[in-house]
Design a protein around this ligand. Structure first.
Ligand code: NAP
Ligand code: GLV
Length: 324
């Protein structure tokens, strides 16, 4: 059997590559055939408890203990999501094995849709009108001014940039914050700790699309909220641990924060007795902002494996020191 070959590369060898697959919560009856079609030259097996045979690549989401540790032959691990926090925190990927994450793979447009939805929900006061309907009241809520409705996006990576691009189409002033400097047309870019105060100034909506790293845990806290204008809105689509949940509740109580839309929470699923469930100013979704779609993901991962087999480095390589 020949090994996969990346687009544009002619070399072929006769070794079969071994792929180990485990994707928590996804239907293997959809994923395995799709992978086998995309990589017909590879042996692809679903991980089973006790499988200790060598593998060239592991394609995983929430791998169980024993899947990655001491796995012989491992050339790379593919995280079947954008965020690699859980995989890195598990400590299961051997230090010398590169980790690749999903870049876009159909998620960026979903995240952009979600960010636009959340901003419009606040801007057009749909949250307020829903409350009026509950009270059977045919009321009027004064509109906000678009020019004063500045949206700030924390994390100007693949997801943040996609959200910014779509929000700009609606004419909102957009600001972005990242670790390193950026130049993005129509977006006022700030970076680093030194640029944070400038970024937060004048924001009406804060959209968080940061990865969870040691630097970003609880970055959305009372101190940061204190630097926002009163009555700002918060949207967290990154990871639950980016937000200090107690500080958000306090911010909502004092009016510092007007309302929040959260797709992610510190504990998922959200515990039954959590105060977020019944909070009138919190809108929740169960971590669905950017779903991993089989077709797009398989296409991206298959091409990345082909590139690796040809000695190239595909994009999506995670910097394990930075944690994203
Ligand atoms: P990405 O391309 O790696 O972008 C990450 C961005 O965060 C970059 O702009 C990076 O700055 C910035 N950043 C990282 N650490 C920072 C720090 N300490 N200070 C300031 N900026 C910092 O990642 P992505 O694909 O956009 O995804 C971002 C995160 O979204 C994922 O890690 C995941 O947690 C979350 N996500 C959630 C869902 C969902 O369904 N809710 C779906 C997809 C992704 P530089 O550009 O300077 O490196
Ligand atoms: C989803 O949360 C992801 O990181 O892809």
């Amino acid at each position: 059997m020949s090994k996969p070959v990346c687009q544009g590369c002619q070399s072929m060898t006769t070794m079969t590559i071994e792929i180990l697959y485990h994707n928590e919560g996804e239907n293997p009856d959809e994923w395995l055939p799709a992978l086998r079609t995309a990589l017909p030259e590879a042996n692809i097996r679903q991980w089973q408890a006790g499988d200790a045979a060598p593998a060239d690549y592991a394609l995983v989401w929430h791998p169980p203990e024993g899947l990655l540790e001491n796995r012989k032959g491992l050339k790379a691990v593919f995280n079947l999501a954008a965020g690699v926090d859980a995989l890195l925190a598990s400590g299961s990927v051997p230090e010398d094995v590169p980790v690749f994450r999903l870049e876009d793979a159909g998620m960026a447009i979903q995240i952009a849709e979600y960010a636009v939805y959340a901003v419009l929900r606040f801007f057009r006061r749909f949250d307020g009108y829903a409350r009026l309907q509950e009270q059977r009241e045919w009321g009027f809520l004064p509109p906000y001014s678009r020019k004063d409705f500045t949206v700030g996006i924390m994390g100007m990576g693949v997801m943040g940039k996609a959200a910014a691009e779509k929000l700009r189409l609606f004419g909102f002033p957009v600001k972005g914050w990242s670790r390193t400097p950026k130049q993005i047309e129509g977006v006022a870019c700030c970076h680093g700790k030194a640029g944070l105060a400038d970024f937060l100034k004048n924001l009406k909506v804060l959209v968080c699309l940061l990865p969870k790293t040691p630097e970003t845990v609880h970055i959305l806290n009372a101190g940061l909220f204190g630097r926002l204008p009163d009555g700002a809105f918060v949207v967290n689509l990154g990871r639950g641990d980016l937000l200090d949940e107690k500080d958000l509740l306090k911010g909502l109580e004092t009016g510092k924060i007007r309302a929040a839309v959260l797709d992610v929470t510190a504990v998922e699923p959200l515990p039954e007795d959590h105060p977020f469930w019944g909070h009138p100013d919190i809108t929740l979704t169960p971590h669905i902002a950017g779903l991993t779609y089989c077709e797009e993901t398989v296409a991206v991962v298959a091409e990345s494996i082909r590139q690796l087999e040809c000695g190239k480095t595909p994009s999506g390589l995670v910097d394990r020191n930075l944690g994203y």
